[in-house]
Design a protein around this ligand. Structure first.
Ligand code: NAD
Ligand code: AKB
Length: 338
């Protein structure tokens, strides 16, 4: 564990805050909502969105600077950080659990190679770095209920290997070079702005699309598969808040457990049915994603985040369902009309 006292030599957090903000993987599920939030907080010109994908005209990222950056290419990272005077980086570029299990070699290159390149650039340009870890950083030998902040981390997926290695690499850059790295172990995120990128928890997003459009969803996880989840507005707030905290408050940096709810597909379906009574769910289990889900915690203990920086979610299962169905319903209706 990194204690706050190890951080006296970290790069000056207040100086880094005056410089601009870089988001990698900005066109993904998280980046599509993080970038507009950061731009609303800090100013559109101060937030540089980057991704390996081409920017579409209808993307939220068009509201400010956008650069094509492949995080496996160090010179592209150097160039964008130097040119835009970057002081803080949200490094989101990665392959998610199911895709990473399908392409483990590419996942290692993008998730670990990309993070290493980013940390090297952060060391040289004295940037603070946010690294999104995951419940995937735990494995079958981790206590599955109320998973503690500090516990066994022996994941059995390539995604998990890159997440726990990423946490350790961020710790190393903090202790050895004073890079101000911070991270969260995020649960499955539910959102409507952009589709999920190929994870095990994607069912919790797909279910809303199918419920609104067809009143029916075939779920790839078993009915009683319990996993932590969070609504995207809570996750975005956690990321912004964590990077604003004064370093002495942080007893753990890479990475804090955070959660909002611990739910199964049948519980989520029941909550959706309160708003869409005719909704039906059935199950066709995908053995790969089921095995991944069963290796992950059923519920996280996020008391360290609550104690150290006041973390608390605002959306429980019912509040999330109400907001998701309203907002996604309006979006789908608008898309049909245009
Ligand atoms: P996503 O798959 O939706 O987006 C990732 C983005 O990275 C994509 O837009 C992709 O084009 C981009 N990318 C891929 N390879 C790249 C490369 N070589 N260079 C630059 N960009 C590249 O993922 P997300 O859900 O937005 O997740 C972002 C981060 O948060 C990831 O590290 C993920 O592991 C982590 N996380 C996500 C969740 C979740 O539920 N969404 C939960 C826990 C942790
Ligand atoms: C995934 O399922 O891969 C992600 C995650 C929980 O990290 N949503």
């Amino acid at each position: 564990m990194i204690s706050c006292n190890s951080w006296t030599s970290c790069s000056d957090a207040s100086e880094a805050k005056l410089r601009n903000i870089l988001v990698t993987g900005a066109l993904g599920q998280i980046g599509s909502e993080l970038v507009p939030t950061l731009r609303a907080h800090y100013g559109a010109d101060r937030v540089v969105a980057t991704d390996i994908r081409m920017l579409q005209a209808d993307s939220a990222a068009v509201e400010g600077p956008y650069e094509h950056v492949d995080c496996t290419r160090p010179h592209q990272l150097h160039e964008v950080v130097r040119r835009f005077d970057i002081g803080r980086i949200y490094h989101l570029a990665a392959l998610l659990s199911a895709v990473a299990e399908d392409k483990p070699q590419i996942a290692w290159t993008v998730n670990m190679g990309g993070l290493y390149n980013m940390l090297e650039v952060a060391r040289q340009y004295e940037c603070a770095v946010f690294f999104p870890s995951s419940i995937g950083a735990f494995g079958p030998t981790t206590p599955h209920d109320s998973t503690p902040q500090t516990t066994i981390q022996r994941p059995t997926t390539m995604y998990g290997v890159t997440k726990v290695s990423g946490e350790l690499l961020c710790d190393y850059y903090a202790l050895r070079f004073g890079v101000d790295t911070r991270g969260l172990r995020l649960p499955g995120l539910v959102s409507y702005a952009a589709p999920p990128g190929g994870g095990t928890t994607d069912y919790a997003v797909e279910i809303f699309h199918q419920a609104i459009r067809y009143r029916h969803y075939t779920c790839f996880l078993a009915a009683d598969t319990r996993l932590d989840m969070m609504y995207m507005p809570d996750a975005i707030r956690a990321m912004v808040e964590l990077m604003e905290i004064d370093p002495p408050a942080l007893n753990h940096r890479n990475a804090y457990n955070v959660t909002a709810m611990s739910i199964t597909p049948e519980e989520l379906a029941a909550a959706i049915r309160k708003r869409i009574p005719s909704f039906e769910i059935d199950y066709e289990i995908d053995p790969v994603r089921q095995a991944i889900a069963e290796s992950w915690p059923r519920s996280l203990d996020d008391s360290s985040a609550r104690a150290d920086w006041g973390w608390a979610p605002r959306y429980d299962l019912d509040a999330m369902c109400v907001d998701m169905i309203d907002k996604l319903g309006a979006r789908l209706k608008q898309a049909r009309q245009s």
